[in-house]
Design a binder for this molecule. Sequence first.
Ligand SMILES: Nc1ncnc2c1ncn2[C@@H]1O[C@H](COP(=O)(O)OP(=O)(O)O)[C@@H](O)[C@H]1O
Ligand SMILES: [Mg+2]
Length: 285
Amino acid sequence: MPSDADLLVVKDLTYSYLGRFPALDGVSLSVQRGEKVALLGANGCGKSTLLKVIDGLVFPDSGNYIAFGEEVTEDKLEDQQFNEGFRSRIGFIFQNSDAQVFSPTVREEIAFGPLNMAMDRRQVETRVVDTLEMLGIAELADRAPYQLSGGQKKRVAIASVLVMNPDVLLFDEPTAALDPRSQQWLMELIVELSDAGKTIILATHDLGTLDVLADRCVVFSEQHQVVAEGPPGKILADRDLLLGVNLIHEHTHLHGDLAHHHVHEIGHHQEPEPLPDLTARRTVQ
Ligand SMILES: Nc1ncnc2c1ncn2[C@@H]1O[C@H](COP(=O)(O)OP(=O)(O)O)[C@@H](O)[C@H]1O
Ligand SMILES: [Mg+2]
């Protein structure tokens, strides 16, 4: 049941691309302010599509979506005031930064959103400088985004979203295709943003990051339905569930550093449960 604390509520969403390719089938989900929620599932299960609905980029065939207490529809988003209010409160970091980063310089890229919102130029400059600093990319300010490395582009894409100071951040496969150092950096950033009060929703099939990145996991089946929900420790311990949704395969060994990680989380009142092996998961993309 949705409550007042629910910042975002999707109810019974169904969506097919071109009316033919199912992506979401009766998906319901509530997200509370300040939560870190991971959408978990095999490739093609509908995670990115749900993020697009939450960002108001696609509209469900049926069901509805309520953000900040108001239903979000295509019609409503045509209203400039509603559009600006909604867009300033939710930011989407795409899986592929190339699809997000398009300005001639990093500085212009980051200034684009605020300028578009008709923010005062001086104020925009200050914000851009602060955001560049925060993401450790001040020295890239005058570079062309398309010339940057994948990790640098990711930082620019994140900067272009954070400069708007949204309440909700949507990350699509945040750690995919990043080198280990950038992955670590991004995980730490997400935790920092969460600690600062941001609501985080991320899509992933990377089981090894859930412990840090999620308070709650929402598991999708390959039939585009939500089949389970729970804290990472519980979800990761459910081997049958993970097998059933194709997140692990039958030869995945249930041991490894992840289990270690969880001992603290689970506490002393319970035996640590077996968890998927981090090395095995690399083979089950
Ligand atoms: N632009 C598109 N046109 C047609 N089908 C699509 C498109 N984008 C995604 N799909 C299909 O919708 C389903 C869900 O995709 P997606 O939301 O991208 O899944 P995930 O992010 O979990 O990998 C998949 O079957 C995918 O093939
Ligand atoms: Mg996806």
